[in-house]
Design a binder for this molecule. Sequence first.
Ligand SMILES: Cc1ncc(COP(=O)(O)O)c(C=O)c1O
Length: 428
Amino acid sequence: MDKPVDAALKARALKVIPNGMYGHESTRLLPAAFPQFFSRAEGAYIWDADGKRYLDFMCAYGPSLLGYRDNRVDAAAARQAELGDAMTGPAPVMVDLAETLVSMVDHADWAMFCKNGTDATSMAVMAARAQTGRRIVLMAEGAYHGAAAWCTPVPAGVVAEDRAWQRPYRYNDVASLEAAVAAAGDDLAAIIASPFKHDVFIDQELPDRDYAQRVRELCDQTGAMLVIDEVRAGFRITRDCSWSLVGVKPDLSCWGKSIANGQPISALLGADSCRKGAGDIYVTGSFWFAAVPMAAAIETLRILRETDYLEHMVLLGGKLRAGLDAAARRHGFALRQTGPVQMPLIMFEQDPDLRIGYAWTEEMLARGVYMHPWHNMFLCAAMTEADIDLAIAAAEEAFAAVAARLEKLVPSAMLMALLSAHAPEPVA
Ligand SMILES: Cc1ncc(COP(=O)(O)O)c(C=O)c1O
């Protein structure tokens, strides 16, 4: 696929941006055809810099929950922008938003606002340590909690001391959790967990009820804080904290990405059990109290409460999963589609080096559907049944195209090099 504008932007970027791009939106680990730059977005669609339109199953890696440029949210943001945004003190909407979140999220008695998910997870760890006066934090092996020195998945620039008081355990594995808690002794400050296992490159896993409840029990027994990192999955699973579905209330939960449908704001929500610790830490940022994203969040949350956005996404996700499975089988492929249907990860059986997944997502891209070969994807409420039909029709052709060139596929050299360089450390 010829993308002259994208190619020119990449060449210019290489000169003025390290590696031309960084972080999770870098296309370095995606098939070569994937465009790096996008000129606009609307509803469920994005347009690359060359003007090609895609049905977007990444939703900006989560922020687009209602669809891009939702006019209700944009109008609320515009009304606040008329009044003021970053000011010398917060606008009244800060209190309104805190009250709204506390009323929606059952475990929460208070809210603090910041900008990115990493701010919220970093604050959670600090608040837990301040509350308990202890150091050790248990984190599930392979889980992503952001990109600060304590949690970034790539070791460059990180020193061992940044992680000196972190210990791994295996998600959904009660024995490994109990062993890690026992080893932490009386120095356990917190256990942090994702709502479900949504690590890259491997099948997603919903939380076992026994595991989730054991996490809560162990925190209760030791006095440690339980933190749920909702940054990626928040309000895509339920309208409350995700672990309400397994009967567990955390002390802290971290939110970001979708809570203002794309406006930059994140939040740390907490119970009274961690109110003192949260009040004792010094955390802030020049843009953390900006009013426009807060107004956008209030409107987004109203829509979440008053519409069937979630049931709609679940319905479409189920249709997509069934349609892709059937189409794959017709062409001799077996898919592993894991996680909630509205946050699907799609991998191929017998594809250990992802060469089939790469080829298939490349074929999908050529047919106007943006899917990811190894990261969970996202549906948004702006998608329609017709969009899902379009995706399934594209998939039918893409499977056929991949089947026709199966023998000639080779793994991505870049992916192989990076995977071997950054293989996760095993849990002791
Ligand atoms: C589960 C989870 N936690 C934390 C983060 C960090 O959020 P941000 O990139 O907004 O800092 C992410 C980002 O993808 C995430 O998925």
